[in-house]
Design a protein around this ligand. Structure first.
Ligand SMILES: Cc1cc2nc3c(=O)[nH]c(=O)nc-3n(C[C@H](O)[C@H](O)[C@H](O)COP(=O)(O)OP(=O)(O)OC[C@H]3O[C@@H](n4cnc5c(N)ncnc54)[C@H](O)[C@@H]3O)c2cc1C
Length: 316
């Protein structure tokens, strides 16, 4: 029987669930608080070029996600990235023309409400009510919450104590800096990977990725431990510290035409839940996302996929 299902969050987990459940004949509404889709598969667009300032690349280790990558590659939304200095035997997939492009072919056949932050979830008369921050309420048969676990905990634990366990899932933050240069900085590598304690533990030149054209843009990411130790640092100070580290790496003074820092409070999962999804006893409320199985795009996808498999049997 077709059901009316809400999905909160248009990251890879939410969009995968939306696509699968739409294909199964359900009426899906996705609520997304930002103006874009893809969540941490994100691309920042600026007048000085675009930046993949969230997830850097994707590996596909299991057959279901490999099939998904093949489909997205055929749709022109994914390509392989083979930078100088690639330090793994796994294929590295990236969204095209930016990371957020990866989810675009999946966004069809369901209602997508952008710039709509769900502020509360409640049970009422056998249904689930989602209320956004402007007070607009809508009723659903089931609700799937596909957002970072600490935020899911805030939404779900007041409705059902089973979701209290979400606060045992641990995320590490990540300070990220974006730089654009009028000329290529040839003394920097396409790719650098350092230690968790470093103010730059990852660097990628966007032009080394497929379908990235235009001026030189770089994303630098601080190590997880450094980001945690400096979580409340002023944005300008984080940017200046990371720029200093970049200059040491480049062995020259740098004059970016654009520089901006972004703090991901919930970047990478350090301690996942250990099962693909968490369900209320009445099977009407669900939590999915990378917090369930681990801090990788494939893990978030797998969480959604396994929940949809379960719902196929649950809803008959
Ligand atoms: C800096 C960084 C680097 C990373 N590098 C890699 C990498 O190289 N490889 C890799 O595999 N993974 C990487 N990851 C992790 C990967 O991005 C995530 O595991 C994955 O994208 C999580 O997907 P998700 O759907 O679970 O959550 P998200 O992508 O976080 O999606 C959740 C969505 O929900 C929305 N939302 C939140 N609250 C609400 C609300 N109340 N109402 C409505 N909408 C809401 C958010 O805006 C967001 O769009 C990285 C992450 C970061 C931040």
């Amino acid at each position: 029987m077709a059901e009316k299902i809400a999905i909160i969050g248009a990251g890879i987990a939410g969009v995968t669930a939306a696509r699968t459940l739409t294909d199964a004949g359900h009426k899906i509404t996705v609520f997304e608080k930002s103006g874009g889709t893809g969540g941490r598969l994100s691309t920042r667009r600026t007048d000085f070029g675009n930046f993949d300032h969230g997830a850097q690349y994707i590996t596909a280790r299991g057959a279901p996600f490999r099939a998904m990558m093949t489909g997205l590659s055929n749709a022109g939304a994914v390509a392989l990235w083979e930078p100088d200095g690639k330090d793994s035997d796994h294929e590295w997939h990236v969204g095209t023309p930016g990371m957020s492009g990866l989810v675009k072919p999946l966004l069809r056949g369901f209602e997508l409400k952008k710039r709509t932050r769900i502020a509360a979830i409640a049970r009422k008369d056998g249904e689930i009510v989602c209320t956004d921050e402007d007070g607009n309420a809508d009723h659903f048969d089931r609700v799937i919450v596909a957002i970072p676990s600490p935020q899911a905990h805030t939404l779900l634990s007041p409705v059902d104590p089973v979701f209290g366990v979400l606060n045992t899932i641990v995320y590490m933050p990540c300070w990220t800096s974006m730089f654009a240069f009028a000329e290529p900085v040839e003394t920097l590598p396409d790719l650098y990977r350092g230690a968790h304690t470093d103010s730059i533990s990852w660097l990628a030149r966007n032009r080394s990725k497929p379908e990235r054209t235009g001026i030189e843009t770089l994303c630098a990411q601080a190590g997880a431990q450094w980001s945690k130790d400096n979580l409340e640092m002023d944005k300008a100070e984080a940017l200046a510290t990371m720029k200093d580290a970049l200059e040491i790496m480049a062995d020259q003074a740098l004059n970016p035409i654009y520089a901006q820092a972004h703090r991901w409070r919930y970047a990478l999962v350090d301690k996942p839940f250990g099962s693909a999804y968490l369900a209320s006893h009445d099977q009407r409320l669900f939590a999915i996302g990378d917090g369930m199985l681990g801090g990788r795009v494939e893990a978030a996808f797998e969480s959604a996929r396994q929940l949809c498999d379960h719902l196929r049997h649950e809803i008959s």
